[in-house]
Structure formats: C-alpha cells, structure tokens
Write a protein that binds this ligand. Structure first.
Ligand SMILES: [Zn+2]
Length: 345
C-alpha cells in the first residue's frame, strides 16, 4: 500500500458515499450511511488502517485527505437530510391544506329541556317580586311531608296522595313540594318569599295526564299583614307574564295546609273564554292551587300565627309547560325523544 493508492481509495470512497447520500430515499437510509462511512468502525476508518504501512512523511497528508473526505460525506448527508425534511414538509402542507372558502360545519346546539326551562321561567317571574329559590330533599320524612302540613296519619286527605315509601322507616319520596314550606319556615325568619321547585313522586298509573314522577313549583310568602288580596295580585301578575293579559279567577279549593284554599284559573288559552273541549266548555283553565297558610302549619314552622300570615301556592310544571307549548301528553317529557325535544329550540 502506497500513498497514491490509499488516496485513490479514499477519493473513490468519497464519490461513492456522495452518490449514495444524494440518492438516499429517507432519513433511515441516511442514518445507515452515517454508520457505514463515518462511525468508528466505518469505511473511512478501515481505509486509514493502511496508513501504518506508509513512510512517516506521507502519513499526515493521508490523514488530511481522510479528514476532507469525512467532512465532505458529513456535509452531503446533512444536505440530503435537509432536502428530505423539506419534501416531508411539502407533502404535509399539501395533505393538510385547508380550504378556507368551504362553508363551515355547524355544531348542533343543545337547549334546555322544556320542564327545567319552564321552571326557570316561573322562577324568573316570581324572582321579580323578591322570591328566592330554595331546594328541599326528594326523600322526605313522613312528619314533614304530611303531619306538619296538617295531614295527620289517619287524616282522610292522605287518600289524595298515593305515596311511594322507601326502605328507611318513616321516610318516603315526597308527594309534593309543600314540605319545603316547613323547611324554609324552620330555617329562616319572616319576611319570607320562597320558591321551591322540585321533582315529586306518586304511585300513579301513567297516562297522558299522569306520571309517577312530576315537577312542581311551590311558593311561600310569610309576613305581617299578608292577605288573600296580595296572593291574587301576585298570581295575576304571574299569569299575565306567562300567558299575556287574560281574565283570572279564584275558585274555592281544598288543601289541608291552607285555609282558605283556592284554585286559580285563567281564561281558556284556546278559546278565550267561549268554551271548547280543551277547557271542558267552561271557558277557564286551572293553572295552580293556592291559599292562606293554615295557622297549624305556621306553628310547625316555628312562626307565630297571631303575628304573621302567609300564603302558599303550588303548580305542576308539566301543566304550565303543556299550556305554553301545547303539548298534549306529558309522557313526551320523559321519553328523551330528540324529535320532540328539538322542537323547543
Ligand atoms: Zn276553551
């Protein structure tokens, strides 16, 4: 081995490496070329093993040539790497290109279910008169659900409520939101203006106008000098807010926890008072029940009935929603059928 043939080998090796580098199809091939030519066990190192056979004067020259080859190969690999990177970028840009002129894909927007929406609407009207929303428990005790509302265990009024009992002695699924009145009175002092929306349960056969699960909104006002006239004025405002200006009336009603008790009617929303099948030809539609809080109930709430009076009212949210949206069957509310629900956008 002499200087001439060694340096010729190195130059041939360089040419081969440069050709291969520029033809490398991907980064992995470049990696292999890097190992093959430039690593400690690479081809350049192998060629340099022959350097020991050269006269000492020639060795630095061969070393210099070998360094030059190394640099050239390194530079070629780097160039090709940059090229490959640019190609990948170009391909990605082409494949991920966004056509900003395409029309957008609108997302379906959710809306409130008609029952909570109606409950919120009711709360908004009464909120304007200073009523604050409270919540009571769905599993209630017999004492609060019945006895403190003037319905003792053997009272015939219990027949009005077919009750679902739970496995805890003395407890049941509340049959109305009225026990919330007791809880509010026991936890706050007059003047009280409370609104109690919530889910209630009764053991009912399900049909178009009955469910075993339904929603009520209860209202309670307790203050000095509260009268039936205040109740009438408030409920008139409520009916007007929901159904527009219409005639209203009180009819005698019966609830054990109010005295006197009334039913609150509005002029039929369908026929305007003339009489039609929707109002059983009476010209009126009952929207809620109400009355002056019974003194016994005030006492159970820890409030002196000699000093304070109160009124309460309670309505079925489904009933109000039916009237607002002309829904004929309240089973629709619980079936989660999107064809029904999407009508309330
Ligand atoms: Zn009518």
């Amino acid at each position: 081995m002499d200087f001439e043939s060694l340096s010729a080998d190195l130059r041939a090796l360089q040419q081969r490496a440069l050709d291969e580098a520029s033809a490398a199809p991907d980064p992995e091939s470049l990696e292999l070329l890097q190992i093959r030519y430039l690593s400690k066990k690479g081809e350049i190192t192998t060629v340099l093993r022959g350097i020991g056979a050269l006269p000492p004067g020639d060795r630095p020259r061969v070393g210099a040539i070998a360094n030059g080859v190394s640099e050239a190969v390194k530079a070629a690999l780097g160039r090709r790497e940059a090229e490959l990177h640019a190609e990948v970028q170009t391909l990605r840009l082409a494949s991920e290109r966004v056509d900003v002129t395409l029309p957008g894909r609108p997302r379906a927007r959710g809306t409130l279910h008609p029952i909570p929406e109606t409950a919120a609407c009711i709360a908004e009207v009464f909120g304007q008169f200073g009523f604050v929303v409270y919540e009571g428990p769905e599993v209630e005790d017999d004492l609060t659900n019945f006895q403190m509302l003037n319905i003792p265990p053997d009272h015939p009024a219990r027949d009005l409520w077919d009750t679902l009992y739970v496995d805890i002695p003395g407890h049941l699924l509340r049959t109305h939101t009225s026990p919330g009145q007791i809880r509010v009175m026991q936890s706050t002092r007059p003047p009280i203006r409370a609104l109690l929306p919530g889910r209630c349960f009764r053991y009912e056969a399900v049909d178009a106008s009955h469910g075993f699960e339904f929603f009520q909104v209860e209202g309670l006002m307790v203050d000095e000098g509260t009268s039936l006239a205040d109740l009438k004025g408030l409920l008139d405002e409520f009916a007007h807010a929901l159904f527009g200006p219409r005639k209203t009336r009180f009819r005698p009603g019966y609830y054990p926890f109010t005295e006197p008790s009334v039913a609150f009617d509005v002029e039929c929303l369908v026929c305007g008072g003339v009489g039609c099948p929707a109002c059983s030809r009476t010209g009126w539609m009952t929207i809620l029940g109400a009355g002056m809080v019974h003194p016994v109930v005030l006492q159970y709430g820890g409030i002196d009935p000699e000093r304070y009076q109160g009124f309460a009212f309670g309505m079925g949210v489904e009933r109000i929603a039916n009237l607002r949206h002309a829904v004929p069957d309240l089973r629709y509310y619980l079936e989660n059928d999107l064809r029904f629900l999407e009508q309330f956008r």
